[in-house]
Design a protein around this ligand. Structure first.
Ligand SMILES: Nc1ncnc2c1ncn2[C@@H]1O[C@H](COP(=O)(O)OP(=O)(O)O)[C@@H](O)[C@H]1O
Ligand SMILES: CC(C)(COP(=O)(O)O)[C@@H](O)C(=O)NCCC(=O)O
Length: 334
């Protein structure tokens, strides 16, 4: 992109969310959570309170009511999309003389800030979709496995840029998604550990021809600048059949990040193998200041510069409120 026209983002810029939800020209239709809940129709509730508790992340209070209010309608909508896409693919096979055995997975992308609750949403959706009457095979992959290893990030001075677009091996992401879409068997994805704060060397998750793949991570809706040589480059989202952006006002995400950091201090950071173990021993004030620094220097910056600008590319936006519960749903109408 021509650098002279690239708009610089300031951390103080207001969130342009109202333009998306409030304007008549918005490509989205906005629903209050109660209106959205009505679309559930006769979709059965297939999760129990205990299962929801098991699926949710630290500091995420999502419960069975939230599943009823928000997730069942989403499950119904996705069911319609998956059915339509499978039927379309069947018809296309006749034109393309494609091998009958090849299965093209339906890929759902889930984007949003660090600490907004993407993992919880991804895990609940995975379980709900897998419990449809047709019992589809549903897999979940997170993009943190595709981060460059810490050794490489250090070598390039990128340790403070973890989560920014340049900290990922995007070619590996594209190769992975292309293999999945091509219906390849046993495709490997790398794994990240929050404990070591690094990609696990030689450890992989194997994805074997699912019906549906949920692909979750902060940057999945990222659009890359065209290379100078003018070569066409696919975007990660080119492989998506449906995309969801999890959203909330920045001040709330900030609070959730800091609260979670302080809770991790009492739990995961206590483990001497944790990369953040040293923070478990710090005073409350010192730890708070570390959390604030990580939020404003890395995660807020990334949200404003790279993540929030991808929000208008999503098919569905879930906007959360102060109690972590979804207050508004925006569904793309065009
Ligand atoms: N330092 C950490 N130690 C242990 N777990 C972590 C740490 N940071 C994040 N997590 C966990 O990793 C998962 C992903 O977190 P994150 O990338 O912030 O996305 P989100 O909160 O949107 O799911 C969450 O389940 C979170 O609880
Ligand atoms: C690992 C993450 C970049 C998220 O990765 P994702 O799965 O969304 O690709 C993020 O959780 C993170 O660790 N950010 C670095 C700054 C911090 O420690 O908060």
């Amino acid at each position: 992109m021509d650098q002279s026209v690239k708009r610089s983002t300031s951390l103080d810029d207001p969130d342009p969310f109202d333009q998306l939800s409030g304007s008549e020209l918005s490509p989205y239709r906005r629903f209050a959570a109660s209106e959205w809940a009505a679309f559930r129709a006769d979709t059965p509730l297939t999760l129990t309170e205990d299962e929801v508790k098991r699926l949710r992340s630290l500091n995420d209070p999502v419960d069975l009511d939230e599943v009823r209010r928000i997730y069942l309608s989403m499950s119904r909508l996705l069911y319609a999309h998956v059915e339509a896409s499978q039927s379309l693919f069947e018809q296309r096979k006749r034109f393309l003389s494609v091998d009958e055995a090849i299965k093209t997975p339906f890929i759902i992308g889930i984007a949003g800030s660090v600490a907004v609750g993407k993992s919880t949403t991804a895990r609940i959706l995975k379980e709900l979709l897998a419990r449809w009457p047709s019992s589809p095979k549903v897999d979940l992959v997170t993009t943190d496995g595709f981060l460059l290893p810490n050794a490489v990030l250090r070598e390039h001075g990128l340790m403070e840029r973890k989560g920014f677009p340049e900290s990922y091996d995007v070619s590996a992401v594209l190769k992975f998604l292309s293999a999945i879409k091509a219906g390849e068997q046993a495709v490997r994805a790398p794994i990240y550990s929050h404990m070591t704060y690094d990609v696990l060397p030689d450890e992989f998750i194997t994805i074997d021809r699912p019906d549906i793949l949920v692909f979750e991570g902060i940057n999945v809706l990222q659009v890359r600048d065209l290379p100078e040589d003018g070569k066409m480059v696919p975007f990660v989202s080119d492989y998506f059949d449906f995309s969801i952006y999890i959203d909330a006002p920045e001040e709330l995400i900030h609070d959730w990040y800091v609260t979670r950091f302080m809770q991790l201090r009492q739990t995961a950071f206590r483990d001497p193998r944790s990369f953040f173990h040293r923070y478990a021993e710090l005073s409350e004030t010192a730890a708070l200041s570390i959390a604030e620094g990580l939020w404003s220097n890395i995660n807020l910056r990334n949200l404003k510069e790279n993540i929030q600008p991808t929000r208008p590319r999503a098919d569905l936006i879930l906007r959360k409120g102060s109690d972590h519960m979804v207050e508004e749903v925006l569904l793309r109408k065009l």
